[in-house]
Design a binder for this molecule. Structure first.
Ligand SMILES: Cc1ncc(C[n+]2csc(CCOP(=O)(O)OP(=O)(O)O)c2C)c(N)n1
Length: 288
């Protein structure tokens, strides 16, 4: 049975407050894990937090005590280097105890720099080599459709990852197979590993391109919980026959002033002084 962590919250403002607080907790955990692992994909982890928190705490049908519950919604983190953000969220919603994350990226740990479906409860598919997640999500959504199942598939991609040709093949096939049960989300933080996407391999006009690929396109401020909830709560039902892509306009390194809006912190290491400075800034975002 689905067990969202927000099921006890009836007031809209309280719900947003709860999710914003969880996003701040996630950002602090990302920094802690990067410190203990002596490095981490910080920029893109910090940008994807708000959407992922909303999905796992409120939008998706999941049962963390039974990770293979057949009717669960599926989530594929195609930008697998975001494991440092996803793993803490999986712990928050109850897939495993948070203390276990202390082994992050150590030898034989279930938690590495990229997602690992074999060792981490709640991960549906191992990712890390960019450009494969959407094709896997298409296969899952097609399987659900053929089975007459009602669960949905969510797939989060990086915008730099949109350089991969296989992603565009998957986009074409999702429309061809009329996969209304599939939602792709593009973390449009405008930077890839070594510079701005528009300088390296321009994506714009991205929404127009995706519409031309016959997807339903929605744009959202991916750092604004009110907007995120409004979009994801209204998503088409699995009976729709058009796949949806949400372009989440985000900021690389969001929440930490010295990391935001640059590629330099795509991957980086922090010491406890830098962590303390970042934590202070993140704490200031927690609603009272
Ligand atoms: C096939 C492949 N090529 C290269 C890499 C190395 N790599 C890791 S992250 C990254 C940049 C990804 O940029 P983006 O998708 O924008 O991620 P984000 O900014 O959201 O972290 C690259 C090139 C990889 N993981 N897989």
């Amino acid at each position: 049975m689905a067990q969202t962590t927000t099921r006890h919250i009836t007031d809209r403002k309280e719900l947003e407050k709860y999710l914003v607080t969880k996003a701040a907790e996630t950002r602090k955990k990302i920094l802690e894990l990067a410190r203990i692992a002596m490095g981490g994909h910080l920029g893109g982890a910090l940008s994807m937090v708000d959407v992922t928190v909303a999905l796992y705490h409120h939008i998706m049908n999941l049962d963390p005590k039974n990770p293979s519950w057949p009717d669960r919604d599926r989530f594929i983190l195609s930008k697998g280097h975001g494991a440092i953000a996803l793993d803490p969220i999986l712990a928050q919603v109850g897939f495993f105890p948070e203390e276990k994350l202390e082994t992050f990226n150590k030898l034989d740990s279930p938690f590495g720099m990229h997602t690992n479906a074999h060792s981490t409860p709640g991960i549906e598919h191992s990712t890390g080599s960019l450009g494969h997640g959407l094709a896997v999500a298409v296969g899952m959504a097609l399987g659900a459709r053929l089975d007459g199942a009602t669960w949905r598939v969510f797939c989060l991609l990086g915008d730099g990852e949109m350089q991969e040709g296989s992603t565009w093949e998957a986009l074409m096939s999702a429309a061809q197979f009329k996969l209304g049960n599939l939602v792709a989300i593009i973390d449009r933080n405008k930077f890839t590993i070594d510079g701005p996407t528009e300088m390296l391999m321009a994506l714009e006009p991205l929404a127009d391109k995706l519409r031309a690929f016959r997807w339903n396109v929605i744009e959202v401020n991916g750092q604004n919980m009110t907007e995120i909830l409004n979009v994801f709560e209204e998503l088409p039902l699995p009976t729709s026959d058009v796949p949806t892509v949400v372009i989440a306009h985000t900021e690389k390194g969001h929440g930490v002033s010295f990391m935001r809006g640059q590629s330099k912190w795509h991957y980086g290491a922090i010491d406890s002084d830098l962590e303390a400075q970042a934590v202070q800034e993140i704490d200031a975002t927690i609603p009272k």
